[in-house]
Each structure stands twice: as structure tokens, then as C-alpha cells.
Design a protein around this ligand. Structure first.
Ligand code: NMX
Ligand code: MLT
Length: 550
């Protein structure tokens, strides 16, 4: 008995020692793989760090720049380099999360690794696949027709003519915008928010537009931090704005500020040094993130310079992108911060053919850097048929109230609309070049108003216009879409929370639109899209062509 007990114990010891041995070997092998990967990843991140340090030196205010470098060093050399090495484990982990059948011993590895959290690394992984996809599309289907070009299209502002590749969003005439396949309500449901059931964080949308994937909260946090680390604006930008008369339109001041930011361009520097075209997307990414990060500070500077005695508010490091933008403008109520998150998200992108996006893309196609491209886009946004319509709407609504009072009757409102039309003006905020139904961006702002400010008198007036204007526009017989667009609603929400200066509104649209335009610019460079150069013709050419074809 005793002997058999001894034997069992000896066997058990031997088995345990054997197991320990196996575990030790697996562990050593794991550690070796881990460090090999970490070394490779570390090399990449060190290169990126040096790139960022180079980018920070020699420009801007040195005092402002130093913390940015410190953050970069901490981010890149600390946890990021270390944890990148576990990306293999992370991949196993994400597979396990997607497949609940996988053993719990894999699933316990739910550690969020830094390569998961780094937007640049995510893009680096995605780009080769997308390059292949484009190559295949071109080589296998390049000759497939997408429709006929008619004389109407050439004379009608290219309406209905498919002519651009734009990856970040797609507009359906009836349904409205989808950001990488997600409608606005889906974005509100799926993108991380600052609070439970809150509005989406714009950083989350930026991640979605760039990668096509819904980010986790940690990914959005990491991007928020990254943007904050790039947010310090060089002093000369403020001086450039100060050189303009205070009476200059806010969009003029804002676009001038963006032009002044251009001196930081990494793309321009890299191009001058002869960067290989396969690497264009990297400095485009750097410029784009820095530009997006710095826009709220430039925009708030313009606002406070013109309307708040030149008294400026520093950024709050604890806040997200939208919350901080509201804060720097001077609005700290949680509702205004939520509104700003929603505002920036829904204004960010509207496929590629709208004036600002198309302009940014066109200018970018000449390999102008993101600052130059985006400044050009802003100048298009500043037109009253495009982004300036948000200013026009509030001024028009206020003129209605000035003339007829807040309790205007439906009949009085109809008369006012006809008076506007008969004087050869458009009703701002109604109609669209593509949409044929009410803009979902209008609807989600309406929902916000019904939730937070149902009794606001101007909101009530906007609701009345929703009933009154479309039948009148239809009566005109030429308006293709009588329904309200995004600009019909935004002003009354901002006005409610105290941002009453209508002439400033398009700047807010501008800050938001950078997210879409810059995301696509990065993809333009990653996919190696060519110079944009459509063919134009004269009236004589068209007349001759028509004669020949009849
Ligand atoms: N009020 C009066 N007339 C209008 C309106 C309107 N809201 N919308 C279109 N029309 C007229 C338009 O001016 C044109 O007249 P004409 O033939 O005499 O030149 C006719 O209807 C046909 O235009 P559409 O084909 O329906 O519209 P188009 O695609 O040319 O233009 C807009 C789209 C958005 C420029 C146009 O609807 C408009 O001017 N709306 C008012 C301004 C506005 O809200 N713009 C903001 C758009 C959204 N955004 O942020 O950019
Ligand atoms: C936009 O957001 O750019 C406007 O709705 C205009 C457009 O899409 O043409």
C-alpha cells in the first residue's frame, strides 16, 4: 500500500516537474517572441518619435512645444513601445472576443494593447489591403461605365455626374449621409460618448472615418490624448489673425489662421527633402492630425477676439475635443458641450462632391499639403449657398422676428417667405444639391431640441418653417428638394446656449469639416490618387457635338 502510494507520488511529482518544464519552455519562447516583436515595433515608434521631435523643433513657441514633445516621448517610448510587442497576443485576444467559443484561457487576455490604441498603426495595417483593392478595381473593372454625361450635367454644375472617389462617407438622396456605412442614428448609438446615452465624441468619428471601424472607448481616449498633445498653436498664427481688422468676417480670420498654420507642414518639408511617393501618406497624416488638433484653438481665438474683448480661454486638458472646443469658446454647460460633440460629428463629412470637400480634394490632388488644401476648402465653405447658409438662416429668422414678433401666425410666415422669394433671394436652409428628403442632420438636431429646449421660441419658429416652407418651394415648380437641410436648424440651438453671433457660425462648420476632408486626404495619398483634371468644353464645342450626334 505504502509502496503504491510512493509510486503514485513519484509519478505525480514527475508529471508536475514535466509540466513545469513545458510551462517554462513555453514561457521562455513567449518572452523571446515578445521581445523580438517589441524590438521591431520599438524601432518603428522610435523613428516616429524622432519624426515628431523634428516636427516640433525650430518652429512655434518653444515653451509651448516642449510639453508636446514630452508627451510624445512618454507615449511613444513608454507604454506604447512596450505594449506594441504584445500585438500577437492582442490579435489572439480580439479573435477570442469575437468568437466566444474560444477557450477562456485566451479570452482572459483582454488587455488593450497600444498598437490597438494607435491610429497610425491601425492605418499602416489597413493601407496595403486598400491599395490592393483599388489596384484590382482598376485593372479588372476599369472600363465599366458609370453612366452617360449629358449636356444638362455639364451646364448644371455636374449634378448627378459620378466623378470622384471618396471613401469616408456616402450620401443617399433619400436616406442621407452614412459615415463608413453608419447612419447618424447608428453613429449616435455605436460611437463612444462622454456620458451614458450621450452624443458621439468627434474623435470616435475621426477614427471611424479613417479606419472604417467603430473604435472602443480606449481607442477614442487615446486619440483624444493624441490630439491634445498636438493642440498648442504657434504664436505667429495669432499674430497673423491680429493683423486683420476686427471687422473682417470670422471666416476670413479663420482661413487666414489656417494659412498661417501651414508653416508647420511636415508634408511640405518632406517633399522638399525628396520623400518617396509611397510614403506621402505619413506626413499627410501628421499634418492632418495636427491641423485637426489646433483648429479649435484658432477658431476660439477668432471668436473671443471679435466678440469677447480679446479675452482668451486656455484649453482644458481634462476635456475631449468637442467639450474642450465649447470650453475655449466660453461655454461650460454640459448641454452645450454635448451639443458641440453632436455638431462637430454631424458636420464632419458629406461625401466628396460638396463644395468644401471637393475643393479640399482638388487642391490636395496637386500635392498641396493638408493646410493649403483645407484653407482652400474653407473659402468654398464661406459661400452663402454652402456653409455660410447657417449664418444666413439665423439672420433671416431674426429678421422674421424683428418684423413680425415671436408669435408670428402661419399666414404671416407664408407672406414673409413669399416676400423673400419675390425679392430674388433663396430661403436659406432649404433645398439641396443631392438630398431629396429632409436632411437627417436636421432631424437629429430637431431631436436634440425636443429633448433639451422644447420651449425655445426660435425652435418653435423653426418647427413652423418646417411646415410652411416646403409647400411654397414646391409651388415655385423648379426647386428639386423643398425640405430643410442641416443649416436650417443649427443656429437656433447655438443661439439657445448663448452663442448668438450668427456671423461666426460657419467657423464651427469649418472646424467640423476638417475631420472629413483630412481623413480623405490621408487616403488620397495612401491610395496614390492622381491629379484631378476633368475636361472642359466651350458652348461652341457643345453645339457642334450636338449637331454631329443628331
Ligand atoms: N429657395 C429658393 N429657391 C431655391 C431654393 C431655396 N431654398 N433651393 C433651390 N432653389 C431654386 C434654385 O435657386 C434654382 O433656381 P434657378 O433655376 O432660378 O437658378 C432652382 O430652385 C433649382 O435648384 P435645385 O436644383 O433645386 O438646387 P441646386 O442643386 O441648384 O442648389 C442649393 C442647391 C442648396 C444651393 C439650393 O437649394 C439653395 O440655394 N438653398 C438655399 C441655401 C442653402 O440652404 N444652402 C445650404 C446647403 C447645405 N450646405 O450646408 O451646404
Ligand atoms: C454639406 O454638408 O456639404 C452640404 O450639405 C452640401 C452638400 O452636400 O452638397
Amino acid at each position: 500500500m505504502r509502496q503504491s502510494n510512493d509510486t503514485t507520488e513519484t509519478l505525480r511529482d514527475a508529471r508536475q516537474n514535466g509540466m513545469k518544464d513545458v510551462i517554462k519552455k513555453v514561457f521562455c519562447f513567449g518572452v523571446l517572441c515578445f521581445w523580438l516583436r517589441a524590438l521591431r515595433a520599438g524601432d518603428h515608434h522610435l523613428k516616429k518619435l524622432l519624426f515628431r521631435v523634428r516636427m516640433q523643433t525650430g518652429k512655434g513657441n518653444a515653451e509651448e512645444r516642449r510639453p508636446t514633445v514630452a508627451v510624445a516621448v512618454e507615449n511613444r517610448c513608454g507604454s506604447m513601445v512596450f505594449f506594441r510587442g504584445v500585438s500577437l497576443i492582442s490579435k489572439l485576444r480580439s479573435r477570442a472576443v469575437q468568437q466566444p467559443g474560444l477557450s477562456s484561457s485566451v479570452r482572459w487576455l483582454q488587455v488593450q494593447t497600444s498598437s490597438d490604441l494607435d491610429l497610425h498603426s491601425q492605418l499602416k495595417e489597413l493601407i496595403p489591403q486598400e491599395q490592393e483593392r483599388l489596384k484590382k478595381l482598376k485593372s479588372e473593372h476599369g472600363k465599366v461605365q458609370l453612366g452617360n454625361i449629358t449636356v444638362d450635367m455639364v451646364l448644371g454644375g455636374m449634378r448627378g455626374m459620378t466623378g470622384l472617389l471618396w471613401e469616408t462617407s456616402l450620401l443617399d438622396p433619400d436616406e442621407g449621409i452614412r459615415f463608413r456605412g453608419l447612419s447618424i442614428p447608428e453613429c449616435q448609438q455605436k460611437l463612444p460618448a462622454a456620458k451614458p446615452d450621450g452624443e458621439p465624441l468627434p474623435e470616435g468619428l475621426l477614427w471611424l472615418l479613417l479606419t472604417g471601424k467603430v473604435p472602443s472607448e480606449k481607442q477614442v481616449d487615446a486619440l483624444s490624448k493624441e490630439l491634445r498633445s498636438r493642440a498648442a498653436v504657434p504664436d505667429h498664427v495669432y499674430k497673423a489673425i491680429d493683423a486683420l481688422p476686427i471687422t473682417a468676417h470670422p471666416m476670413t480670420q479663420f482661413a487666414s489662421g489656417v494659412m498661417a498654420l501651414q508653416v508647420q507642414s511636415e508634408f511640405q518639408k518632406a517633399y522638399e527633402k525628396g520623400i518617396h511617393k509611397s510614403k506621402y501618406w505619413e506626413p499627410t497624416y501628421e499634418d492632418s492630425l495636427t491641423l485637426i488638433a489646433q483648429l479649435p484653438a484658432v477658431a476660439s481665438y477668432v471668436y473671443r477676439r471679435i466678440y469677447k474683448n480679446d479675452e482668451h480661454i486656455p484649453m482644458d486638458d481634462s476635456l475631449d475635443y468637442g467639450g474642450n472646443f465649447a470650453h475655449m469658446l466660453g461655454f461650460d454647460s454640459p448641454e452645450m458641450q454635448e451639443l458641440m460633440r453632436l455638431y462637430v460629428t454631424i458636420h464632419s463629412d458629406h461625401e466628396g462632391g460638396n463644395v468644401s470637400a471637393h475643393t479640399g480634394h482638388l487642391v490636395g490632388s496637386a500635392l498641396s499639403d493638408p493646410y493649403l488644401s483645407f484653407a482652400a476648402a474653407l473659402n468654398g465653405l464661406a459661400g452663402p449657398l454652402h456653409g455660410l447658409a447657417n449664418q444666413e438662416v439665423l439672420l433671416w429668422i431674426k429678421s422674421v422676428v424683428d418684423e413680425c414678433g415671436e408669435n408670428i401666425t402661419t399666414e404671416q410666415l407664408k407672406d414673409y417667405v413669399w416676400k423673400t422669394l419675390n425679392s430674388g433671394k433663396v430661403v436659406p436652409g432649404f433645398g439641396h444639391g443631392v438630398l431629396r428628403k429632409t436632411d437627417p442632420r436636421y432631424m437629429c438636431q430637431r431631436e436634440f431640441a425636443m429633448k433639451h429646449l422644447p420651449d425655445d421660441p426660435l425652435f418653435k419658429l423653426v418647427s413652423k418653417l418646417f411646415d410652411v416652407v416646403p409647400p411654397i418651394l414646391l409651388e415655385l415648380g423648379k426647386v428639386k428638394n423643398p425640405w430643410p437641410n442641416v443649416d436650417a436648424h443649427s443656429g437656433v440651438l447655438l443661439n439657445h446656449y448663448g452663442l448668438t453671433e450668427a456671423r461666426y457660425y460657419t467657423v464651427l462648420f469649418g472646424v467640423s469639416r476638417a475631420i472629413g476632408i483630412c481623413s480623405q486626404l490621408i487616403w488620397d495619398r495612401a491610395l496614390g490618387l492622381p491629379l484631378e483634371r476633368p475636361k472642359s468644353v466651350t458652348m461652341e464645342w457643345l453645339e457642334n457635338h450636338v449637331k454631329k450626334s443628331s
